[in-house]
Design a protein around this ligand. Structure first.
Ligand code: ADP
Ligand code: ADP
Length: 238
């Protein structure tokens, strides 16, 4: 069964329509790539999934987004609680200036996932290991600032931070768009590992990246979802 169902989703920024009757499902343990030219609606569609759009500020939505069969825009949904089910990774690594430890501990603290200091230590280690960063940072957890790491390490730290709230879905907006090729390979490998227990939606400008990591591809053009299908099938006639 899909974890999310997006049904006839349309979205307007003021007068401007950015999405037109978009339909897709998201399944557990898959990587779905959003591709298409700049301005085609990829980020807009990504933000709709975790209710990042501020509907009070001139953004209007039609259609439905169901998670576990429940409409996420229904009045009984608490947006912060809904967002906790998602991890967000931005294009430009944006770690906090605090220590590596506190970067990861932050979300777990806020959501009360850990009770004692020992629990928290263990949780931070688990997330850093899961993000393939533990060995590089374990000796300076409290003394090194997140911002003092290399670009690729910063991005893996942001992934560890995203994992700290134990999300079911990872939303990645061009996660390799501003790191070097070696760091990119490492993040891509990590994504393939993370999909074992997460659904991953990744926006990418890179067809090569979509080919390497995704199970399915959604191709957007001018706010329309033009093609949706298994990655192999989509690239066959590209
Ligand atoms: P992509 O991620 O594919 O580059 P976006 O989803 O960012 O595309 O943008 C889709 C369209 O909506 C573009 O025309 C963009 O300029 C417009 N847009 C995005 N965000 C806003 C906003 N906050 N206000 C008005 N227009 C926006
Ligand atoms: P990013 O990829 O980090 O979102 P952008 O430059 O595409 O960077 O967009 C920065 C912010 O401005 C985003 O929140 C986006 O939704 C918003 N935005 C994009 N296009 C427009 C637009 N035409 N009008 C107003 N806001 C926009």
């Amino acid at each position: 069964d899909p974890i999310m169902e997006i049904l006839d989703l349309s979205l307007w920024y003021g007068e401007k329509q950015a999405l037109f009757d978009v339909n897709f499902d998201l399944y557990p343990s898959e990587i779905l790539a959003f591709i298409g030219p700049s301005g085609c609606g990829k980020s807009t569609a990504l933000k709709a999934l975790n209710r990042m759009h501020d509907l009070t500020r001139d953004v209007r939505i039609e259609g439905r987004i169901l998670m576990d069969g429940h409409d996420i825009y229904a009045p009984d949904i608490d947006p912060p609680l809904h967002r906790k089910r998602f991890g967000w990774v931005a294009q430009k690594p944006n770690p906090f200036t605090t220590s590596v430890y506190d970067n990861v501990a932050y979300g777990a603290r806020i959501h009360g996932l850990t009770r004692t200091r020992a629990d928290l230590d263990e949780h931070v280690e688990t997330c850093l290991r899961r993000a393939d960063l533990w060995e590089e940072v374990k000796d300076h957890l409290h003394s090194q600032a997140g911002t003092a790491l290399s670009g690729g390490q910063q991005q893996r730290l942001c992934i560890a931070r995203a994992l700290a709230t134990e999300p079911e879905v990872l939303l990645m907006d061009e996660p390799t768009g501003s790191i070097d090729p070696i760091a990119t390979a490492r993040v891509e490998e990590l994504m393939l590992d993370l999909k074992k227990d997460h659904s991953v939606v990744v926006v990418t400008h890179s067809m090569m990246e979509a080919r390497r990591v995704s199970d399915r591809v959604a191709y957007f053009h001018l706010g329309h979802l033009l093609e949706l299908g298994p990655t192999m099938q989509i690239f066959e006639h590209a």
